[in-house]
Design a protein around this ligand. Structure first.
Ligand code: GAR
Length: 211
């Protein structure tokens, strides 16, 4: 059984989608902890409602990112995770963190990377006049949203979209895409190397979903 740690800073809707998948009887893995840098993150309440252990490590008071990351590694290692899933974790991670988990760190980002990395990805898509946007699940490297891509979901951008309407459409796609990738990982279909990732796709599934 694969063990997954989830890191989240906010609302936790992706966490809820991941938990729904993990809860199904045939799922070969479990979420061993949900950790946050924000003591009031709703994601922590979601975890508690599901009986999942939670942990908080505030980033306040740390002068250096790598010191925070070293403490976060220590905290997570107590739960012996095989993979780390970022689900709205709004911090850039340093090699101190990434090396500790051998690159087995996944993130979901609300754009079709490499387009629109960083903050406010949905507004960036609107400002650029994009006709399509979506979300990406990728391996985390030391850059900002630059790691190897596992899967993407594409949604249309409509002429009357606001940041809110586009974000809602993308979020619905996130809730399909991330659980699908989680299952690939749990079923040992994802293979990670230095700067690359491959997926042995189950029959009928694709790395790009279109909505
Ligand atoms: C999601 O849209 C996720 O893609 C985004 O934060 C939101 C978290 O929502 N993540 C990033 O922008 C990371 N760069 P949630 O807390 O409801 O899952």
């Amino acid at each position: 059984m694969r063990r997954f740690a989830v890191l989240a800073s906010g609302r936790g809707s992706n966490l809820e989608a991941l938990l729904a998948t993990v809860s199904s009887e045939d799922f070969p893995g479990r979420i061993c902890v949900v950790a946050s840098n924000k003591p009031k993150a709703r994601a922590l309440d979601v975890a508690t409602e599901h009986g999942i252990p939670t942990a908080v490590l505030s980033h306040k008071g740390y002068a250096r990112r790598r010191d925070y990351d070293a403490d976060l590694v220590r905290l997570l290692q107590a739960y012996r995770p095989d993979w780390i899933l970022l689900a709205g974790f709004m911090r850039v991670l340093t090699p101190t963190f990434l090396d500790a988990f051998g690159g087995r760190v996944l993130n979901i980002h609300p754009s079709l990377l490499p387009a629109f990395p960083g903050l406010n990805a949905q507004q960036q898509a609107l400002d650029a006049g994009a006709s399509e946007s979506g979300c990406t699940v990728h391996l985390v490297d030391a850059g900002t949203d630059t790691g190897p891509i596992l899967a993407q979901a594409v949604v249309p951008v409509r002429p009357d979209d606001t940041e809110e309407t586009l974000s809602t459409r993308i979020l619905a796609a996130e809730h399909q895409l991330y659980p699908q990738v989680l299952r690939w990982v749990a079923e040992n279909r994802v293979h990670v190397g230095e700067g690359w990732v491959t997926v042995d796709l189950p029959p009928g599934q694709a790395r790009i979903l279109r909505f």
